[in-house]
Design a protein around this ligand. Structure first.
Ligand code: F6P
Length: 364
């Protein structure tokens, strides 16, 4: 029996379970392959005792529409930066990648499928360079992984954000208010921009286009006649005014490499007031609601396509590649090219032109 190990790393995302299920279902059509799963990314292999489970048809039955991941996930540490406590009580990290490779050999693992975002795929590439037979599957609600048209989970997040805009529009209109919705999107404004267009927001602020609060305020005023009118703003969590940086706090979670983005909407409220906005302003932070729950049909289909393709890449021994959607094909790209740059909104992005075409202001 040949063994393929599957894991999910980084922030969770609707559709992860559909990928796992598709890998298992496709592998079960082969007589000589067994699928095993590592809990919490590579931690399941590195932890003592190990946390590995056999994934057969029974283990994945009916999980295609379940949110989260049956393998659990982590966005802390990893094999190259495993957190360790120093003698003085502070935290440092050690590289356990060689140990990981040995442990996988002892488990009889022929190949690894790593389902995760850009951080996870950087780990995939580094392990591939150390000789591991590894395939990447791109995952992120932010849609910021390059060299794939889309990632699963993104459309579900857009739907959740759009539902929120739809609700906020009616309350903003009833109270003649400015309502700010803070959506996820660390470096990429895809969720915010799609939700703004779908929900008919008046302003959309994204990390790629630093905004001018005066210009945002001017646009707000153009939507009010005296004190009657309303404005809905969608702001990505990573958006900031010109000359400012992202609104964030340092994380005190051990092994968490990022700063925690928080406060973009609240800061915008203050900036608008400083720019002279007299209208009532309220803000709503959508947060992890965008990451949880049932994936919409589109994401289940894409996730299933990614899972089947991932196993086929293993069969072809096309290691060092990441599954990629290039309409109308499900194909693959070298991991190296996938992690070379993020997929960000650029000035020539078609949807920016559409958004401006329907009068949405980006505050620039
Ligand atoms: O990368 C996806 C994402 O949802 C970002 O938009 C967000 O900043 C981050 O994850 C938050 O992750 P967590 O709170 O799980 O660490």
């Amino acid at each position: 029996m040949k063994r393929v190990l599957v894991l999910t790393g980084g922030g969770d995302c609707p559709g992860l379970n559909a990928v796992i299920r598709a890998i298992v279902k496709r592998a079960s059509q082969e007589k000589d392959w067994e699928v095993i799963g590592s809990m919490q990314g590579f931690n399941g292999v590195l932890n003592e005792p190990q946390e590995i489970k056999v994934l057969d048809d029974k283990a994945v039955r009916g999980i295609h529409f379940q949110g989260g991941t049956i393998l659990e996930s982590t966005n802390k540490g990893g094999p190259f930066a495993w957190p360790v406590k120093n003698k003085d009580g502070s935290w440092g990290s050690v590289d356990r990648s060689d140990e990981l490779i040995k442990k996988l050999q002892l488990l009889g693992v022929e190949a690894v499928i790593n389902i995760g975002g850009d951080g996870s795929q950087r780990i995939s590439q580094a392990l591939f360079e150390k000789g591991m037979n590894i395939i990447g599957v791109p995952k992120t609600i932010d849609n910021d992984v390059a060299n794939t048209d889309s990632t699963f989970g993104f459309q579900t997040a857009v739907q959740i954000a759009t539902d929120a805009v739809d609700k906020l529009v009616t309350t903003a209109a009833s109270h003649n208010r400015v309502i700010i919705l803070e959506a996820m999107g660390r470096d990429a404004g895809w969720i915010a921009m799609n939700a703004a267009v779908a929900g008919g927001a008046e302003v959309c602020l994204i990390p790629e286009i630093p905004y001018d609060p005066e210009k945002v305020n001017k646009h707000i005023e153009s939507r009010f006649h005296k004190d009657r009118g309303f404005v809905n703003i969608v702001i990505a969590e990573g958006a900031h005014a010109k000359g400012e940086s992202q609104s964030s706090v340092k994380s005190d979670e051990v092994g968490y490499a990022h700063r925690k983005l928080t406060g973009a909407a609240a800061r915008l409220r203050e900036e608008l007031k400083a720019a002279g906005c007299q209208h009532d302003i309220r803000e709503t932070v959508l947060g992890h609601l965008q990451r949880g729950g049932v994936p919409i049909a589109y994401d289940r289909v894409l996730a299933t396509q990614f899972g089947v393709k991932a196993f086929e890449l293993v069969k072809e021994e096309k290691y060092g590649h990441m599954v990629s959607y290039r309409h109308p094909y499900i194909t693959s790209v070298p991991l190296k090219s996938a992690i070379s740059k993020p997929n960000l909104v650029t000035p020539d992005t078609a949807l920016i032109k559409t958004a401006r075409g329907v009068g949405i202001s980006f505050g620039d």
